[in-house]
Design a protein around this ligand. Structure first.
Ligand SMILES: [Zn+2]
Length: 547
């Protein structure tokens, strides 16, 4: 009797394990498509703040079906768009990949360069001034490069965004990239990629979708009085469009176009997201992405949330409406991917290139300490101080990205060691309101920091290209303008962003362990069983890999 029951038990166990195996078929050995989504300027908070009115298939689906690192951060300063996109895809920080800001001063040239500028290439399918674009300033490989190299370039990579840097940096050195041309309303590329637009891009442009989206006003998706997560639509904190006195709905887009960047106006509306996805659908069809028996990668960046966020801030009805609409666009997109590839046959990740600070005047109105840092005033003060100490002269060559470039030639002429000027100025700067800490390039080069803002600065510091002084402002202090807001600091309001993966081989769940956006690319390397990007410093997310 005992023998029989043991046998029976074995049989049952066998059947159970067999049934379990049958229930969830093992996923394919490779995903058909990897979709990288970067939302330009998204706080992790937005996943929760607006969720009551999110659909089941967009942001909430990512939370429900995907794996989310709820305490994901940027781990360097400055938190800007160029460095953000480069860091997500290279799995490292500006100290290694070299995209140290959106624009930065280059001593040798005596001018500021743009992160994706390349004077050796020209526009294709768009206006000349928007075409000198390539990823050449990025010094390390991306996960997209590694996928291409691992498959002897059989895998295709396509980067799409309204902003050129949001498309070209994620696509890496070996992928294709398309961005929006404000002048023509078309998606374009440069001779770095192609000598003429592929047929499918031409056909996409012929549909004139940007003009269509801009032919109607931007009204709220729901009745405006229901936007209770945001402050009153009419307020004095936000930056009005040219030709409008107030920052209130509805926005008459056809009329506003004339004085607010022409087709470029679409960037400051949620329809910029819709247009970006329209282009993504066209790329999937045009390049047969994920339909050729090899893993392809589609890198999408939504630029509109950033333009909207800068102008109207994170407390605005405009921003809330943007996220409600983006959620619906994402639902439609994920449904399309399900249909096209099958659930679990594609892999999506979503993150942001930075988050954002609250509007200074709004914070002040709530009695929270905040301030506007006047760069021009401080620049004059620094020049005056140096002239008094070491003799008259143009001592400061440039002050940008909260970094100061001292005139080394002049220092040499006057026989003052640069290091002395750095130290003197660092002490001098601490006299001013709003400045919390000042580090010198010499500090950055001589010692390794392992905590606090100094570590974040070092992760964003280039020994060759960064400035002589690096400033840390007090929390909620911004460089810039009285209306609207910005980002760039190492504070959590700028660093805390979504990190969520969903689909092929991704378990469901979440973790509040500290993770950084440089962990995304190494996680993908492990999943896809390909090399880490060559400068990678992030670590694979163990929770997602199941160990
Ligand atoms: Zn921005």
């Amino acid at each position: 009797m005992k023998k029989i029951s043991a046998l029976l038990l074995l049989l049952i166990l066998f059947q159970v394990s067999f049934a379990q195996q049958r229930k969830s078929p093992a996923p394919s050995t490779k995903p058909k498509l990897v979709v990288g989504i970067v939302v330009d300027q998204m706080r992790q908070e937005y996943f929760y703040k607006f969720q009551e009115r999110y659909t089941e298939g967009g942001f909430k689906r990512l939370m429900r079906e995907g794996f989310m690192m709820t305490n994901g951060h940027y781990n360097y300063i400055p938190t800007y768009t160029g460095p953000g996109h480069a860091s997500v895809y290279t799995g490292t920080t500006p100290a290694t990949h070299g995209i140290i800001a959106n624009d930065w001063y280059v001593r040798k040239l005596g001018r500021t360069i743009y992160c994706a500028e390349d004077s050796t290439v020209a526009a294709v399918g768009g206006s000349a001034e928007s075409g000198k674009i390539s990823p050449r300033n990025m010094l390390s490989t991306t996960i997209s490069d590694e996928l291409r190299l691992a498959t002897n370039k059989q895998s295709k990579v396509v980067g799409i965004a309204i902003k050129d840097r949001g498309a070209s940096l994620p696509a890496g050195h070996t992928g294709d990239a398309y961005w929006f041309d404000n002048q023509t309303g078309n998606f374009m590329t440069s001779t770095y990629y192609y000598s003429e637009l592929p047929d499918w891009v031409q056909k996409f442009n012929d549909r004139k979708l940007a003009a269509q989206y801009l032919s109607k006003p931007w009204t709220t998706l729901f009745p405006i009085e229901t936007y209770t997560k945001s402050i009153a639509d009419d307020n004095a904190f936000e930056g009005p469009f040219i030709g409008m006195e107030k920052t209130v709905f509805p926005y008459d887009l056809p009329k506003l176009m004339e004085n607010n960047g022409g087709f470029g106006l679409i960037g400051t509306t949620p329809f910029g997201n819709t247009l970006t996805l329209d282009m993504a659908y066209a790329a999937i069809k045009g390049e047969k992405l994920g339909q050729r028996g090899v893993t392809d990668l589609l890198a999408i960046s939504f630029s509109s949330p950033d333009y909207i966020g800068h102008r109207f801030g994170p407390t605005s009805v405009e921003l809330e409406d943007n996220y409600l609409r983006l959620d619906r666009d994402l639902e439609q997109f994920f449904n399309y991917l399900d249909k096209e590839y099958g659930k679990g046959e594609y892999l999506v990740f979503l993150t942001a290139d930075h988050a954002v600070a609250d509007i200074v005047e709004f914070m002040r109105s709530e009695n929270i300490p905040a301030g506007i840092f006047n760069t021009r005033f401080i620049l004059t003060q620094m020049n005056g101080y140096c002239s008094m100490q070491y003799g008259e002269g143009n001592w400061i060559l440039n002050f940008s990205n909260e970094q100061v470039f001292i005139n080394h030639k002049l220092a040499e002429e006057r026989k003052v060691p640069v290091e002395t000027i750095q130290r003197d100025l660092a002490d001098f700067l601490l006299r001013f309101d709003g400045i919390k800490e000042v580090y010198t390039a010499t500090d950055m080069k001589r010692q390794e920091y392992s905590r606090g803002k100094a570590e974040l600065l070092q992760m964003g510091f280039s020994h060759k290209a960064s400035g002589d002084l690096l400033l840390i402002l007090e929390p909620a202090w911004l460089t810039g303008f009285p209306r609207g807001t910005t980002h760039g600091t190492g504070y959590s309001y700028d660093t805390h962003v979504p990190i969520v993966l969903m689909g092929w081989k991704i378990p469901t769940g979440q973790s509040s362990r500290y993770a950084t956006i440089t962990d995304i690319a190494p996680t993908l390397s492990m999943l896809l069983q390909i090399r880490l990007p060559n400068g990678a410093t992030g670590q694979p997310i163990g929770e997602i890999l199941g160990h």
